[in-house]
Design a protein around this ligand. Structure first.
Ligand SMILES: [Zn+2]
Length: 326
């Protein structure tokens, strides 16, 4: 159910903060839900907003059955104003339209909410236009901002909001969440799911994005790590050519280089790609632990390159270097 906090896993701190606001009735006018993408911020924001509107709220959240809950579920609640990016950014015109709407008399004298998601896509002008409303919102109005990267929001916005922090999740919790989503794991082996969860940086949403290409990416990198095949290098470069690698794609070689460093030093514990078995162990033996750590460091510095940089060239140079040294 949309207004239910109980389905949010691993976000106890955020949920208890939100529950406290609801139970005391002391809800700040500006709330900023922040943390990695795909870890439940939007789901929590929707549950919180539903609880704010609900006429028969329970300790678990919104009732799901009252007129407000039904209106919200139909996507037509007149007191919820949603602002999302048009063409990648939230422009000043959208914020001006929101302010205009908020300045009109409310549909009723009950709570109104503006949900801005993702708020870190506001242009600087749009963010500046929002400042005054954040400072002095109209009566009974709450602004809920959802942001994946706090650093991309002006401090003037951040400082005017009550922050609700969301944490990344342990890989086994991510795995469990995925198993609970109908159809999410279909066609994937348990080993692939485990590796994708471990590579996602603790985000179920990102795990889902990784999962489809995971098997192919791991197959490709097993080949790339095992020896130098110029055709395979060129194919890998080709797959990265459009402004850098596909989002999160580098986490696969990172996880494998980490495993190879551990395996070559004789450690068998905490291996992410353990299901790749003997082939991975055989590759590990081809370099010293330090050799694999150098490879890991090179991949890490590549992962920090901005997406517009020439990652394809960097990737190709990395692979030639990898097989040229011990
Ligand atoms: Zn309700």
């Amino acid at each position: 159910m949309v207004g239910d906090f109980s389905s949010l896993r691993g976000q106890d701190r955020a949920v208890s903060l939100l529950r406290r606001y609801l139970s005391t009735g002391n809800v700040p006018p500006g709330l900023l839900f922040h943390g990695e993408e795909g870890i439940g911020k939007e789901k929590a924001a929707n549950a919180f907003i539903a609880s704010l509107f609900c006429g028969s709220r329970t300790p678990g959240g919104a009732c799901g059955a009252c007129p407000d809950c039904r209106l919200l579920a139909s996507g037509a609640h007149p007191n919820l104003l949603r602002v999302s990016p048009e063409n990648h950014f939230i422009q000043i015109a959208e914020i001006r339209a929101l302010k205009e709407e908020l300045s009109l008399k409310a549909f009723s004298d009950r709570v109104r909410v503006a949900l801005i998601c993702p708020a870190d896509r506001m242009t600087l002008q749009a963010a500046n236009a929002l400042l005054k409303t954040l400072e002095e919102p109209p009566p009974s109005t709450h602004l809920v901002l959802v942001a994946h990267r706090l650093s991309e929001l002006p401090v003037t916005i951040v400082s005017r909001c009550q922050k609700i922090p969301f944490s990344t999740l342990a890989a086994d919790v991510v795995e469990e969440i995925l198993r609970g989503l109908p159809g999410a794991c279909a066609g994937h082996s348990p080993g692939t799911i485990r590796a994708a969860a471990a590579c996602s940086g603790g985000s179920p949403g990102r795990t889902l994005l990784l999962l489809d290409e995971m098997e192919e990416d791991r197959r490709m990198w097993t080949e790339l790590f095992s020896g130098l095949d110029p055709a395979a290098v060129a194919a890998a470069g080709e797959s990265w050519k459009k402004g850098g690698e596909r989002k999160g794609q580098i986490s696969v070689p990172l996880s494998m280089a980490r495993d190879l460093a551990l395996l070559s030093s004789g450690t068998n514990e905490a291996i992410i790609n353990g299901d790749l078995g003997e082939p991975l162990r055989a590759i590990a033996g081809r370099k010293t632990p330090n050799g694999w750590i150098r490879a890991l460091q090179a991949l890490l510095s590549m992962s920090r390159m901005p997406p517009q940089a020439q990652k394809r060239l960097a990737l190709e140079a990395f692979l030639y270097r990898l097989h040229g040294e011990g």
